[in-house]
Design a protein around this ligand. Sequence first.
Ligand code: ACO
Length: 428
Amino acid sequence: MSKTAIFEINGKKFEFPLVVGTENEVAIDIKKLRAMAGGIITLDPGYKNTGSCESAITFLDGEKGILRYRGYAIEDLAEKADFLEIAYLLIFGELPTEEQLIKFSSDIKDQAHVDEDIKKIIDGFPKAAHPMGVLSSLTSALVAFNPTSVDVESDEEMYNAIVRLLGKFPVLTAWAYRKRAGLPLDYGDNSLGYVENFLKMMFKKPTEDYMLNPVVVDALDKLLILHADHEQNCSTSTVRMVGSSHAGLFVSISAGINALWGPLHGGANQAVIEMLEAIKADDGDTKKYMAKAKDKSDPFRLMGFGHRVYKNFDPRAKIIKKSADEVLTDLGVQDPILDIAKGLEEEALRDPYFVDRKLYPNVDFYSGIIYRALGIPTEMFTPMFALGRLPGWIAQWREMRLRKEPIGRPRQVYIGENLRDFKPLTKR
Ligand code: ACO
């Protein structure tokens, strides 16, 4: 294969090197284009054809439905590892040894508390505040309580910032929910594992013990693993972009939480259940909603369907669908919403509109269903996604800083007014 690409612009040829990744993905390196071609740039809104970085964290192939963290297949990881091992793998590049994992887990537990004054900040939020807004604000607020900046050249400082965030984030996530639910803001129990402790922090009532159900723990662990990283998606690109200005880890993650909130990204899991509930309230008329989704004059989209990258199937959806079946059977959940979901899925999978556009159920179509079966309230679905994505965001932020990437600053093609004379107020 040729090692260069040639652009011809206005009869002049420009040659650019090709970059080939370890999985033979090819990109044209256009770093010098603007300088060489007298200010000409490329235009790619939504970045459908643009690589923003080189990364060694996650590989995915949307056509073949492949997802790997640091070279390990997601199917293997979801089956054989737990969430903290995955966090370590994503952030530091290798699966931890037993000794490393014990230290990692114990260092995170050491940080599994927040300053009591955080409670005052939470007090200031209205009870109806969406927990994603609360979570992003509290994550930013962590800076005020941990003001030292991280020297990214220092392994020790980097490690300390990482375990600090991994320790405190579940507390903030659980508290964002407890505030809304009117429950006292409790700390967890360090004798428990990461996921077990999180569940207890979320659901423990002041008057009784919280009994852990291994099926629930296992399903949540799997969900967190499946969400842990997904290369340069909207929220991760946001984390890298904000971090590229050398903003700190906590505020970069806070920005990622906001990006995740939108219904076209992490907010889709909440939107799926809301959509299914709306269909149920409308006599379960799935045909009507299928027609709405296909009607170009109607902004409605079938939530939980389609993916920017996966155009055949979402490998996470395959794993999670199986897990959803197990959890629902094990917990004996009877939920009319599930029948609607199944009906919608069947109809979409044989409808030419969806087949032609390669729109398949994505991970969020099923994750919302599991969260609901686990008793997690709908508005907490996206915060759960954030909890899962945290190690990926951290890994990507760390990689970006260690690779000394330049500040992210795209260009534009200006399409506004040309120079015009200023009109005084009386003459407009
Ligand atoms: N329902 C109906 N039509 C759809 C849907 C959908 N869910 N998704 C895409 N389409 C149609 C578009 O209207 C477009 O049709 P056209 O070619 O006739 O104009 C075509 O399929 C391509 O859609 P795009 O929006 O160009 O695809 P893109 O890659 O930009 O968007 C996205 C991907 C945002 C995920 C989109 O499929 C969507 O909005 N899905 C619903 C929201 C959702 O489930 N998001 C979760 C994503 S997974 C995650 O973030 C973890």
